[in-house]
Ligand binder design. Structure first.
Ligand SMILES: [Zn+2]
Length: 311
């Protein structure tokens, strides 16, 4: 294998062979090792469509695609890498279908598999440092006279890690299960659950502004509006079933500097998800079995004219 492979996520016209080399380099950055016995010598079997590596010690065979997001695919790696590059920038399935010449169903499935890799990567990261948590409603009317949820409401809780320059360094947006709502907006307990699941215990400060507190961390409110506008304009709105996957995509792009290169690496190291798993999965918020109170959690007191913090 080429020791310095080109990155096909950068070169849109990379050949199938170059894509195989790039996938190999991302999957085994320190060279091949047997997943069964960790031996580093292999025989290469090229009779299949994708290369097969047979361990010289134990005979274990593994394919280039095993354990990657592309496992089991019939689409060429060239098209996959083109999709990685396009999805990293942001594209809907219909546009992807036309750009890489696949069916709509294939484009939809590829996009969702790539989002799955983003979701898995996000799950390994916790917010830390200075963290702000607040909610917003996607889909429902801006002003709704009743305090009870509107049929089109999709409540979302978001957390922002703020750096020393007062910029958002990392963001997470998580769909809230509507059946857990007592009124239109997620309450303080749901905010605490979010913090329990997504904020590191060593975070320096955690601010939860649950309504009716008027205090909002404006950069996060703005970012949530931006995410919702993107969902409406690029996809003509997203229903509750897949909303979480799209929110994870938006956050991945915001959080990742070299999104295409990073997504290529995630594809090489994330197990795939099948069509039945994708369509059956549920992102519903789970309540913690016992209340989690973050040691640094502070709450903005309801309706305080200037933000006053309650413990
Ligand atoms: Zn082996």
């Amino acid at each position: 294998m080429n020791s310095n492979p080109i990155d096909p996520t950068v070169d849109f016209d990379a050949s199938e062979e170059q894509c195989k080399e790039a996938l190999f380099a991302a999957k085994w950055p320190r060279g091949y090792f047997c997943p069964s016995c960790q031996h580093t010598q292999h025989y290469l079997i090229r009779t299949r469509r994708h290369p097969l590596y047979e361990c010289r010690t134990c005979g274990h065979q593994t394919s280039l695609l095993a354990g990657t997001i592309m496992e089991g695919t019939r689409t060429s790696l060239r098209q996959w890498f083109q999709a990685i590059r396009l999805v990293a920038v942001g594209i809907n399935a219909k546009q992807l279908m036309a750009r890489i010449n696949v069916t709509y169903k294939t484009a939809w499935l590829m996009s969702h598999k790539l989002r799955h890799a983003m979701t898995k990567a996000d799950a390994k990261t916790l917010l830390t440092g200075s963290v702000h948590v607040q909610d917003a409603i996607y889909g429902g009317p801006f002003s709704h006279p009743s305090n009870s949820p509107h049929a089109h409401d999709q409540p979302v809780l978001a957390g922002a890690e703020v750096d020393e320059q007062a910029q958002i360094a990392y963001v997470k947006m998580k769909q809230v299960d509507k059946s857990l709502l007592k009124r239109r907006y997620p309450d303080r307990e749901l905010g605490e659950d979010f913090v329990g699941q997504h904020v590191a215990m060593d975070a320096q400060e955690v601010f939860i502004s649950s309504r009716p507190s008027k205090h909002r961390y404006q950069p996060l409110a703005k970012l949530m509006r931006q995410a919702f506008r993107w969902l409406s304009f690029s996809f003509r709105g997203i229903g509750p079933k897949h909303l979480q996957a799209y929110l994870d995509e938006f956050c991945f792009r915001f959080n990742t500097r070299y999104a295409a290169t990073q997504l290529g690496f995630l594809c090489a190291t994330t197990r795939t998800i099948t069509y039945p798993q994708l369509t059956k999965r549920s992102f519903q918020t789970r309540r913690a079995p016992y209340p989690i109170v973050h040691p640094k959690a502070k709450f903005f007191r309801a309706l305080s004219p200037s933000p006053k913090i309650a413990n």
